[in-house]
Every structure is written in C-alpha cells, then in structure tokens.
Design a protein around this ligand. Structure first.
Ligand code: ZN
Length: 195
C-alpha cells in the first residue's frame, strides 16, 4: 500500500528514530509499504519518518539513475550497484569518508525544492537488512549521497540543515509557506478526528 508522505512542518520529521529490535510482521509490512511509496513517488530513498514512523529504517534504490553514477564495494571488492538495489537499512551506522562533493539534492518531503548540498563522497555502512542479516558495504557517488540523506532523516536532520545560510535565506519564503500549509493541514485533520 502506498502511504502519504509527510511534508516539511510535520513534527515527526524532526524525531530521532527508535532502534528496531526485531523484524516483526508489522515492520515487514511497513518495509513493503515504504518500497511501494518510494517507487510511486519516483524517489531514490525514503526514511520511516517520512511516512510517520520514527524508526531506524530507510530504503534506498538508485538503480536506473544514469546521470549520477554510484559505486559499491562488498567485502572490499567492486560490486554491481543495480543488483544490490533496493537496499533496506535497519539501524544503520555510517562512516562518511573522503572529500566533500557538491551535488544536487531534493527530498520527497520538500516538493519542488532542490539545492546543491556538500557531503563526503564515500560512506561505509553497517546495518541490518529486511531479513535481520547484518550487511556491510562501502559506496560512493549518488548511493553515498542518498544514504547520508536518509540516515540524516533517521536522526531528525533535514537536507535544508545542510544548506548554506544564503541559500536557505533565498528559499525562506517557500519553506515557510510549505511549513505553514503542513501545519494547517495537520490542524484540520485533528479537528476532523475530534468530531
Ligand atoms: Zn529526504
């Protein structure tokens, strides 16, 4: 089932995700729903916070993106990125490495807002997958960027927090309008549920 994606201004986006201790049927269903939601929205990643669950769970799929390449190393050897996708990250720990690289970034919780964001070019990842199996890999390019963006979400950090002050100022009106619209929609929903 495709789920509604929370927009900037929803307080869940600022919550740090709780650790997932076991992969219950409920978590499995959430993963399936998140996968469907991400593909329906044509995103390359989705964090549980974006569908209203503050959990250490994200999903990434960069396959099919040809203009921004990715690299992958499994057990120290180059591996096929496409074959590794989608990757489910449960309780991920990352170690960003290498020089910062600037690249375009967007977020499904910020429709129509894009910006160049600077992030380390590579990342070492340790996580559990959807089967509860430990996975470890090193990646670069778009995959490294997407994973850093999603792990930020799991800690309540948003890509606007990584923008320069000037750019954020430039986007201030758009961001304030989005935040106000989200809060207004939440208020309406609350009063509807009270009736
Ligand atoms: Zn995002």
């Amino acid at each position: 089932m495709s789920l509604p994606i929370l927009k900037y201004g929803n307080p869940v986006l600022r919550q740090k995700g709780a650790r997932i201790e076991s992969i219950t049927a409920e978590i499995q269903e959430l993963i399936a729903d998140m996968r469907e939601t991400m593909y329906a929205a044509k995103g390359v990643g989705l964090a549980a916070q974006q569908v209203g669950k503050a959990l250490q769970l994200a999903i990434v799929d960069v396959s099919g993106v040809t203009d921004r390449p990715s690299t992958l190393e499994l057990h120290g050897k180059p591996a096929d990125v496409e074959a590794f996708m989608p990757v489910v990250l449960i309780n991920p720990q990352i170690k960003p490495m290498g020089d910062p690289v600037r690249g375009p970034e967007g977020c499904l919780s910020f429709p129509e807002i894009y910006n160049e964001i600077s992030r380390p070019g590579f990342v070492e990842v340790t996580a559990s997958n959807e089967k509860g199996k430990k996975i470890q890999f090193r990646c670069g390019g778009l995959l490294a960027r997407a994973i850093q963006h999603e792990v930020d979400h799991l800690n309540g950090i948003l890509f606007i927090d990584r923008m320069g002050r000037e750019k954020k100022q430039e986007l201030k009106e758009e961001l304030d309008a989005l935040q106000a619209a989200t809060k207004e929609a939440l208020k309406r929903k609350k009063s509807f549920h009270k009736q």
